[in-house]
Design a protein. Structure first.
Length: 80
């Protein structure tokens, strides 16, 4: 949150004419994005540890999914 606040402040300074503030704005924005990404990664791992989410590849409701029925190639006419 603080990096976003700083980026907004640097954006105001850059629009006012301070050219070095553009670089600081870019760095603060990249830092905020990196922190958000790390927070989402840690949050998903915490959700898996607490049992709120399933690991990738594991169905959410294993009993609810049924295999698709066998289909005859060619449709109804070929089945006769």
């Amino acid at each position: 949150g603080y990096l976003v606040y700083v980026a907004i402040d640097f954006g105001g300074s850059a629009r006012a004419g301070r050219s070095e503030a553009w670089w600081l704005l870019a760095l603060a924005s990249l830092g905020a994005v990196a922190c958000l990404f790390a927070g989402l990664l840690l949050g998903s791992r915490l959700a898996r540890v607490l049992g709120w989410a399933k690991p990738p590849g594991e169905p959410a409701n294993p009993g609810a999914e049924r295999p698709a029925p066998q289909r005859v190639p060619g449709g109804r006419r070929a089945a006769r």
